[in-house]
Design a protein around this ligand. Structure first.
Ligand code: NDP
Length: 273
């Protein structure tokens, strides 16, 4: 019987994960099946249990179920615990293994694909939702000079400052958007959902340092308002989140199959549409 995997979410029809994992499987000679599962908003657990009972081996989890997946998993990796969210489940004989590969995907895309070293840089993270939370520990592990988290509701950023500051020390600080006007950053990561709505986070002018990278986790909609703004504001490099999506998928494939696929040709293939 072929090993079965799927991405589960609501909505899930737009997900590129089946296409990405089919390319990984083909290039690595792995015989797997990978589909999409639409879970009812109040029926995530039942959807997972049914898939597992039918012999499913693992799931990628997307919006809005990553926190619920964390609660269902019985064994967590360190990075899943730091994120309090799971995007990769593996069904072992006795346990449901829960991992979070989003942050590793972001860091690998920035470091390997874009050739931008995070160590020693001033990093600004926009947003304090699930995506932001998932990337903070992997970003800090790269040893930036500082990590500032800005959010519209600044109290949510302060919660993250308290949590990750305890783990990593004083390099983490929360900020309101308007308090950023006197600061400059080498890397600005947009982890808000503003781009989904075609809008721009309320970033003051002048935050992009010379040689900076502007990174939008959103992908697939052409140049986002954030990336347009960053370009006008003097960001040296701009990138959308497609590379992160592919790198987090490669990390999930490793969790399931023990092989880390190469990503260059898959990225080129998805960019070409
Ligand atoms: P959440 O709903 O958990 O959080 C949304 C965040 O965006 C909050 O911090 C919210 O601020 C902020 N926000 C929303 N609208 C605005 C706005 N107009 N201006 C400023 N801030 C705003 O979403 P997620 O964290 O799960 O997802 C965020 C984005 O990351 C999505 O676009 C998603 O597609 C992308 N993503 C990409 C991945 C990839 O692999 N490339 C992986 C995971 C996510 P407030 O708290 O004040 O409401």
């Amino acid at each position: 019987m072929i090993d079965r995997y799927a991405v589960v979410g609501n909505p899930v029809a737009h997900s590129k994960s089946p296409q990405i994992h089919a390319l990984f499987a083909h290039e690595n000679g792995q015989d797997i099946e990978y589909g999409r599962l639409l879970a009812p908003l109040a029926g995530f657990r039942q959807t997972v249990e049914r898939f597992r009972a039918e012999g499913g081996r693992g799931l990628n989890v997307t919006l809005p179920f990553k926190e619920e997946a964390y609660r269902i998993a019985t064994l967590h990796t360190e990075r899943a615990r730091a994120a309090a969210a799971v995007n990769t489940m593996r069904f072992d004989a006795e346990a449901i293994f829960g991992d979070n590969t989003d942050g590793a995907g972001l860091v690998r895309d920035i470091g390997d694909n874009l050739g931008f070293a995070i160590a020693g840089r001033r990093v600004l993270l926009l947003g304090a939702g699930g995506a932001a939370r998932g990337v903070i520990a992997p970003l800090l592990a790269e040893q930036p000079a500082e990590l500032t988290i800005a959010n519209r509701s600044v109290e949510r950023a302060r919660v993250l400052e308290r949590h990750f500051g305890t783990l990593f020390g004083a390099r983490v600080r929360a900020s309101a958007y308007d308090a950023l006007s006197t600061s400059r950053f080498d890397l600005v990561v947009n982890a808000t959902s503003a781009s989904l709505a075609g809008t721009l986070p309320p970033l003051p002018e002048g935050v992009f340092a010379a040689g900076s990278l502007a990174y939008d986790m959103m992908y697939g909609a052409g140049r986002t308002p954030f990336l347009e703004y960053a370009r006008v504001q003097g960001a040296h490099l701009t990138a959308d989140g497609l590379g992160m999506l592919i790198e987090q998928a490669a990390e999930s494939f490793l969790v399931w199959r023990g092989v880390r696929p190469r990503t260059t040709s898959v990225l080129a293939s998805l960019r070409a549409g």
